[in-house]
Design a binder for this molecule. Structure first.
Ligand code: BGC
Length: 767
């Protein structure tokens, strides 16, 4: 969603109407996939023949130990090896296998189900195809920095093409959790801190994974996850409890799911966390009342990995049997990896603790899902070893990875135009643990399926573009968290011998992602000591940050004349960074997460509320205001911020009216001009603020953005539309509503600047 700001259904005075309003914010109506409606005849016939054991099997997903990608990832819970899995498939006791690779082995496994089992029900093959498969694209957070839904759709499409060629039907992606606390490691997997950007990218990724035709050989079912509010874990601690108001849940955390469903997602994964005391995986209100009741979702709910069994550790279920009962009654259709459904559903049904109708409803949904992708007509779809050879690690996928990488980079600072560097005539010292490192380019999910032979490190990428490859001196200096014998001395000597230093510092791949929460967001101390030593050589320093979250920058890293946020960019990282460093690509990424001044500000996000004592503009007037004792509560680099090698100026802000009628549209226009010498792209952003409302409102909310590409000296008009539906919030009794009154708006370069105007939303009936 770029220039077109969206409109929606009627303003609701009840939750259901409200939800159509919320979906309208994403510009999408909640879709009910027709495939579900059509499949019913065949499903009923099969259901009548199934035993309760076979039904429980269809509702169970296990790690694929027949074709595991990297051996046994989790021996503690992986009780099934290749032999036992095959035997159980033949006995009809498994519906889904996950995280296996390879078309040939999948073909044989599918044969075991289709030819070897009584009811011949084909298996679904699922996997965590998060940001690529063999060819890896930027981590989703990095790609969010592109503010480019079309790019996100293309990388998801390419990932689906490669993964489906390897015998996969279903991806456990996109991760759509809004993450407002950078301590949480899984920030890396999502679209950042903003719900609007989250909606736009959730929809784009679903469209990309699923393609135009779900039955096509290269289509993958998408799964928005983790439902819900996993991004709000207390203190950013992984798996921690969530305490959340209903308003924040509905305004911030749920909309990306709605956008994903509206784009056609037919499955969803439950979260590990509890929400206000009820674990998400046993949360009937979320999984059934909201998801199915309010939103009309007809698809399949899968638990996260052993999340049903974890209801016992939560202190919510008495034992495993009780956990299975609570999960299925709450609305979990498929149990992932715990095996609880296979073990307990037969006796839970026999004892009357779980109605057979509940099990049947879940089986119907799973069977409809298989039907929707054409598995009953062609159980061997996506299982063609020739296609696998043709569609794996193609030059086109690698080119896309490089393009996406370069578009994900954010230029945070560029004093005196230090960047881009010339390709000839300068000696460059590339220093830091990521200088020639190929193990930390992919990001947290990179270890899973990637073909790591494709990984391009920084040194290789930079050398390839230099007129004289010998003008690049490479020294690690230290490892990510440890010293390297003689490393500092060699690094300092390299800096002294060079005209300019590229300092590649930040987080290692295993410092981000699942179970990688951090208490502080700083670069590890050994790297900071290296940075200080290298900076003391007095050469201009360009910092190349490696990271899966917003970082706290300090010392010589913060003060370096040029800084690029380069995240984990995937297989083509070195080439993508070189493209930006040498100006082949003009950086145009914008931050999808705020960089705080200090880790202690977290959770920190741009769209908070003012408080009754907002911090004054004067930094010295600090007493009894909402600020820290030592720093203002500002960002070092705010959400939406990013520079380019071209300069952009916004001007001529115009509103079609200062008084917006209840059912009318406000047209906002402004002019963007490229004032630089280089062709460039800018992301023009629209924010609003509701000045006075019956609930305190965020200081700003993103409501639209538009990418504009401009030649040097050129300008273009950007346009946004706002309607009442875009001004709604969750008010009294947790209903969505819009209130007449004054609003501020900004057409901006980031969440803290912009051309300002205001308008009034008129009450109904007033022109
Ligand atoms: C993660 C999910 C993932 C699942 C299956 C879990 O630990 O939370 O995001 O899809 O594992 O691999």
């Amino acid at each position: 969603m770029t220039s077109k700001t969206t409109t929606g259904g009627p303003l609701g005075s009840n939750r259901r109407a409200f939800l159509s309003g919320a979906a309208a914010l994403a510009g999408l109506a909640v879709a009910t996939p027709r495939a579900f409606a059509r499949a019913s005849g065949r499903i009923e016939a099969l259901l009548a023949e199934m035993t309760i054991e076979e039904k429980a099997g269809q509702l169970s997903c296990f790690a694929d130990m027949i074709r595991p990608p990297v051996g046994d990832m989790n021996p503690l819970v992986n009780l099934r090896n290749a032999q036992t899995l095959t035997a159980e498939i033949k006995a009809g006791r498994i519906g889904v296998l996950m995280n296996g690779v390879g078309a040939q082995a999948a073909l044989e496994t599918q044969k075991a189900a289709v030819e070897g089992s009584r009811l011949k029900i084909p298996l679904l093959f699922a996997a965590d195809v998060i940001h690529g498969f063999r060819t890896v694209f930027p981590i989703p957070l990095a790609e969010a920095a592109s503010f480019d839904p079309h790019l996100a759709e293309r990388t998801a499409r390419a990932a689906a093409s490669e993964a489906s060629a390897s015998g996969l039907h279903w991806t456990f992606a996109p991760m759509v959790d809004v993450a407002r606390d950078q301590r949480w490691g899984r920030v890396a997997e999502g679209a950042g801190e903003d719900p609007y950007l989250g909606q736009v990218l959730a929809a784009a990724r679903v469209r990309g994974f699923q393609g135009r035709d779900l039955k096509a050989d290269d289509s993958m079912l998408a799964t928005p996850k983790h439902f819900a509010a996993y991004g709000a874990v207390t203190a950013g601690l992984e798996y921690n409890s969530v305490e959340l108001s209903e308003a924040t849940l509905r305004e911030v955390h749920l909309p990306p799911f709605q956008a994903a469903f509206a784009a056609g997602a037919m499955t969803v994964m439950s979260a590990f966390n509890d929400v206000n005391g009820v674990p998400a995986t046993a949360n009937k209100r979320l999984l059934t009342d909201v998801l199915r009741g309010e939103w009309g979702f007809k698809g399949v709910v899968i638990s996260d990995y052993t999340a049903d069994q974890e209801l016992v550790a939560h202190g919510y279920a008495a034992d495993d049997r009780d956990a299975a009962r609570l999960a299925i009654l709450a609305g979990i259709d498929i149990s992932m990896q715990s095996g609880l459904y296979v073990r307990y559903l037969p006796e839970l049904v026999a004892s009357g603790a779980v109605p057979i109708a509940t099990v049947d409803a879940a089986v119907r949904r799973v069977r409809a899902l298989k039907e929707a992708i054409g598995l009953f007509d062609n159980p061997y779809r996506s299982l063609d070893p020739d296609a696998e050879r043709a569609r794996t690690a193609t030059p086109a996928a690698r080119a896309l990875s490089r393009e996406a990488g370069a578009r994900s980079i954010v230029l945070l600072k560029n004093d005196k135009g230090l960047l881009p560097l010339p390709k000839a005539g300068k000696r460059i010292a590339l220093i830091g643990p990521f200088a020639d490192d190929r193990d930390n380019v992919l990001g947290a999910w990179g270890g899973f399926f990637a073909d790591r032979r494709l990984n391009v490190d920084l040194a290789t990428g930079l050398r390839a573009q230099l007129a004289d490859p010998g003008s690049l001196i490479v020294e690690r200096g230290c490892e990510v968290e440890t010293t390297l014998a003689g490393g500092f001395e060699r690094a300092v000597a390299a800096a002294q011998a060079a005209d300019v230093v590229l300092l590649a510092v930040g987080e290692g791949q295993d410092m981000t992602g699942e179970a990688k929460s951090r208490t502080d967001l700083r670069i590890p101390p050994v790297q900071m000591r290296l940075a200080e030593a290298v900076a003391a050589a007095g050469k201009p320093v360009v910092v190349l940050l490696r990271h899966g979250r917003a970082l706290q920058l300090e010392g010589v890293v913060r003060d370096a004349p040029a800084i690029l946020a380069t995240w984990f960019l995937g297989s083509e990282m070195g080439n993508a960074v070189a493209d930006v460093v040498f100006g082949t690509v003009n950086p145009s990424g914008r931050l999808p997460v705020s960089f705080p001044i200090d880790s202690g500000q977290e959770p920190f996000f741009y769209n908070g509320r003012t408080t009754g004592r907002p911090a004054p503009a004067d930094p010295n007037a600090q007493e009894y205001k909402a600020r820290w004792r030592s720093i203002r509560n500002d960002a070092l680099y705010p959400f939406g911020y990013g520079l380019g090698y071209a300069g952009f100026v916004l001007s001529d802000l115009k509103l079609s009216t200062a008084r917006l009628g209840w059912n009318d549209t406000l047209r906002i226009t402004a002019k963007a001009r490229n004032t630089g010498q280089t062709h460039g792209e800018h992301v023009v952003q629209l924010y609003i603020r509701d000045r006075v409302a019956s609930r305190t409102r965020p200081v700003r909310e993103l409501k639209g953005f538009q990418r504009v590409a401009l030649a040097p000296g050129a300008d273009r008009e950007v346009r946004f539309d706002l309607r009442r539906e875009n001004l709604m919030f969750v008010g009294d009794n947790d209903y969505w509503l819009a209130e007449p009154g004054m609003f501020d708006l900004w057409v901006a370069n980031s969440s803290v600047d912009g051309l300002a105007a205001s308008f009034e939303l008129l009450p109904p009936g007033q022109a």
